[in-house]
Design a protein around this ligand. Structure first.
Ligand SMILES: [Zn+2]
Ligand SMILES: [Zn+2]
Length: 178
């Protein structure tokens, strides 16, 4: 029986959805997933990969010949559209406002995505893993200090993750209990 205290929190729920989106990532660098949420409703999702219609890094077996990460080259620009940018682009494509929304991401947004998030009117960023360090973190913090955006690290508890995998992902989900 599903008891109320076993249900994921809203933060866990949306972060788990972002984690599921990340399973669709097509870049070899690392998987990232994003979910844009407004009034507790999902309005768009995204994952990192080459632009729509372009060859997937995972299909080619490389990002650029000899490179297994889109961000590894010092000279070539990344082929990947980041998960957050893809989610914002998806909202734009379908004419959905992101103003006042929140975004859940499996990785803290890079500065390019953070700037895009701010300009798209997204006010809160919930991320699982830290990304920005050093000077990048200082620029991030300056945006926070200006009151443009709120960032908060969130996690899925082990209990919630185990319940999701053991009772929902690994087996048929909607099996009637005797
Ligand atoms: Zn790639
Ligand atoms: Zn980014």
């Amino acid at each position: 029986m599903v008891c109320d205290d076993q249900r994921p929190t809203w933060d866990e729920y949306f972060l788990m959805l972002a984690k599921l989106a990340a399973t669709r990532s097509t870049c070899l660098a690392f998987p990232v997933g994003a979910v844009i949420v407004k009034n507790k409703q999902v309005v768009a999702t995204g994952y990192n990969g080459s632009p729509s219609g372009s060859a997937h890094c995972t299909t080619q077996g490389y990002c650029y010949p000899g490179l297994s990460s889109c961000d590894a080259s010092k000279t070539l620009p990344s082929r990947a559209v980041h998960a957050e940018a893809n989610a914002i682009a998806q909202a734009a494509k379908h004419g959905i406002s992101t103003d006042g929304a929140s975004i859940y991401v499996t990785l803290e947004p890079c500065l390019s995505c953070l700037k895009l998030i701010i300009s798209a009117g997204i006010k809160e960023v919930f991320y699982e893993t830290v990304f920005n360090v050093g000077e990048k973190a200082l620029v991030r913090d300056s945006f926070v200090d200006e009151g443009l955006v709120i960032l908060k690290q969130v996690t899925v508890s082990e209990t919630t993750a185990k319940r999701a995998s053991d009772l929902f992902l690994l087996f048929s989900t909607s099996v009637m209990k005797a």
